[in-house]
Design a protein around this ligand. Sequence first.
Ligand code: SF4
Length: 326
Amino acid sequence: MTAASPLLEARGLSKFFPARDGKGVVKAVNGVSLTLAPGETLGIVGESGCGKSTLARMLMRLIEPTEGKVLFRGEDLLALDHRQMRAKRREIQIVFQDPYASLDPRMSIAQIISEPLEIHGIENRSGRAARVKELLSLVGLDPSAADRYPHEFSGGQRQRIGIARAIALEPKLVVLDEPVSALDVSIQSQILNLLDDLKERLRLSYIFISHDLSVVEHVSDRVAVMYLGRVVEEGRAEAVLGAPKHPYTQALISAVPEIDAARRRNRILLSGDPPNPESIPPGCPFHPRCPFAIEICKSQYPSWRGDAASGAACHLVEDSGGTGTA
Ligand code: SF4
C-alpha cells in the first residue's frame, strides 16, 4: 500500500430490507461511496433513520451489504471467508453508543478488555493482565479498575473502558458509533479529547457516526451528510460545515445553537415530516422539505456536483469538477 492509498473505500454500498407490509423494500442505505485516508477522521452525520449506523456496520461487515464493495487497505472484505474476516477484525474495531449496554455486567473490567486478546490468542495470562493495566492507563483510568465491575463506573468511565477494549488489538481503524451521545455534555468533551489523543499516539483512523453536528465538527477531517440512505454532501469538514452546498446540510447547521451565528444567519427550518425510509419520495428525496425545490426536483435524482473541497447531490449546486464521491 502506498502512502496515498485509501485505508477504507466503500463503493456503491447498499442495504435493502423487506418492508414491514411484506410488499416493498426499505432502502436503508442506497449506493454509498466513500473514501477514508490513513490518519483521517470521516464524520458521518444525519438524522435518526438516515442509515448511518447501518452503513457503519456494513463497513465492518457486521451487516452483509445487499450490493457494493468494501475495500480495506485494497482488500475486498466481502470476498473474505469467516476465518479470514475474523482475523481482519483485529484491524477494524467499533465503539458503541451506549456504554451501559455494551459492557457485560457479569464480567470484570480485566475480562472485558482482555477478551479480544484471548480470542485472537495474543499473550499469555500474565501478559494480558499487564496489557489490560497499560490500556486502562492509556484511556485515563487507574489500573486498579481491572478488578472491578461495570456497575461501579460512571457513563464516561464506562465509555473509556469500551475504548480500551476497542484499541486492545492495536487496530488501524475504529468505527465510533455515536460514542458521546449518551453522555453528559461536560463528559463529552473529555471523551472527545481522549479520542483525539489516542488517534495521534496510536496512529488511528476514525469513522465517526453522529447526529450532532457540533461534535462532528470538533473531530472530523472530512464529513459526509446522509439523508434517507444516501450521501447528499461530502467533502472537507471546513467546506461542508463552513459553506454547506446542500439545503439539507444548511438546515442541519441552522438547527445547532453551538455553531456560530454568522453561519446560522440564513436560517433554514426543516419543514414536513421527518424522513421515513419506508416511503422515500421520488426525484430528490429531500424535495418535500426543501425550501428551494424546483419542478425537476420532484422527478429526477440530482447528479453529484461540486468542487475540489466538497460536493453535493442537488440540482442547484454549481459544478466545477466535483469531489468524485457519489
Ligand atoms: Fe432541494 Fe432540489 Fe436541491 Fe433536492 S435537488 S436539495 S429538492 S433544490
